[in-house]
Design a protein around this ligand. Sequence first.
Ligand code: FNR
Length: 185
Amino acid sequence: QVKHVAVLVGSLRKESINRKIALALTKLAPSSIKLDIVEIGDLPLYSEDIDVTPPAAYTTFRNQIKAADAVLFVTPEYNRSVPAALKNALDVGSRPYGQSAWSGKPGAVVSASPGAIGGFGANHHLRQSLVFLNIPCMQQPEAYISNAGAIFEENGELTERTKTFLQSFVDAYADWVLFQTRPQK
Ligand code: FNR
């Protein structure tokens, strides 16, 4: 049956390019997977002190990740690394110790920047955490969307070139998710 993918967007701003890319991916995704954005902007900064009695936002978020079959990250680069909001979400989902919501969920990373290097630094810093969180991450195709201020036409549609690339990316990711979640003997 259809696999559910939790999409985490690393930018909190309304007009975020990364959010627009995430929304475009939800539309391009093949019917074998369903993508839904899980919001991370209301998660209090992680502290073990407040987690003694977890805030509702933590519990809701953890349940959303646990309910998903897979996770997809679409993020900008902040100061050559992962935006704090996204790192915070990774941290919240990883606790309480031994009850991580992430473990085993197949993942992939898209990074986008108006600059020339396509958020490479964020993309790879994020992958470092994904190794530890036991999120098997699709290796290819990689997705570094550079010059991302120019990937949408005036009517809001993706340029043909980017659309073609994102289609191939999300098709490969669907295959990755199905393979990683196949029934075990
Ligand atoms: C940025 N930006 C940025 N861009 C980049 O390519 N490398 C970087 O290290 C940074 N650092 C950075 C730090 C902070 C705090 C901000 C706010 C921005 C620019 C960034 O790529 C640009 O604002 C994007 O448009 C952000 O993505 P969204 O919000 O459009 O998805």
